[in-house]
Design a protein. Structure first.
Length: 265
């Protein structure tokens, strides 16, 4: 009975992984094939990647996406860290309301955030569609996820360590830089990674706040009107390679001990 149960669980787990990753692996496979309609038998080629890299729109879109993702990651992780520290460290009334305010964007559709950000920036700030507007709009959404990452890690942090540093003569800045930050930086780094990936792949929020500035998601969405081209397969493969590289890097940091999911008292 135990063997049958284990075999059934293994089969279900294999089916789950196949369901999740088979489309990704298929897209990567097709990106290296001459024929995307019936890519069998295999016919290896790198022409689609060369054609993709030769198109200036995709190159510009990549850099714009990278700038938006980096700016969003920095802003989101910074505000999420400050909010999490304030809520957990200072036991004041209204902490629940502040936490709810930071988590509210999780329950709002991306398209509503994009449209409302566009109207707010245009009507009140006089800010036309730009990369900066896209960064601010994406930060509104990504900060909620970054907040969850940081607060989950800081829930076990012992704030008496900071108080001990202050007692022994450290200034608040030195206490934070030499005591708090070395212990919580994995949480901040995780929040940055989550925010970065959300903004890099976002379409709805960025689309309404960019104007004519291209990004990889907007270019891919626009090209779908003419059908799925081989360059889109190559683009999807490169993005997946980048995600796998990030995951491999995080795994290496975890194995080396430089990055930990929590701290030990």
């Amino acid at each position: 009975m135990t063997r049958v149960s284990f075999g059934t669980q293994a089969l279900l787990l294999a089916a789950l992984y196949l369901f999740l990753y088979a489309p990704i692996l298929y897209i990567i496979y097709v990106s290296f094939q001459n024929d995307s309609i019936w890519p069998f038998p295999p016919s290896l080629t790198f022409d689609h990647f060369e054609s993709l890299l030769e198109q200036r729109d995709y190159t510009a879109g990549f850099w714009n996406s990278l700038i938006i993702a980096s700016g969003t990651g920095i802003i989101s992780s910074l505000f999420a860290t400050m909010a999490a520290m304030a809520i957990l460290k200072y036991r004041v009334p209204g902490r629940g309301a502040v936490a709810t305010l930071f988590l509210a964007p999780l329950f709002i559709a991306n398209i509503l955030i994009g449209i409302s950000s566009l109207m707010f920036n245009k009507a009140l700030l006089g800010m036309p569609g730009s990369v900066l507007a896209a960064i601010l709009a994406n930060s509104t959404y990504a900060t909620a996820f970054a907040f969850l990452v940081v607060i989950a890690q800081l829930a076990r942090y012992d704030w008496r360590l900071d108080e001990a540093a202050l007692v022994f003569g450290a200034t608040p800045r030195i206490a934070f830089m030499e005591v708090t930050l070395p212990l919580i930086w994995p949480a901040i780094f995780g929040a940055f990674i989550v925010s970065f990936l959300l903004a890099f792949n976002n379409l709805e929020i960025s689309f309404y706040n960019l104007g004519a500035t291209p990004t990889l998601p907007t270019l891919a969405w626009g090209s779908l009107r003419h059908g799925v081209s081989q360059e889109l397969y190559a683009l999807a493969a490169l993005i997946n390679f980048g995600v796998f590289a990030i995951l491999a890097g995080l795994y290496g940091l975890l194995r080396s001990g430089l990055l930990k999911l929590d701290y030990k008292e």
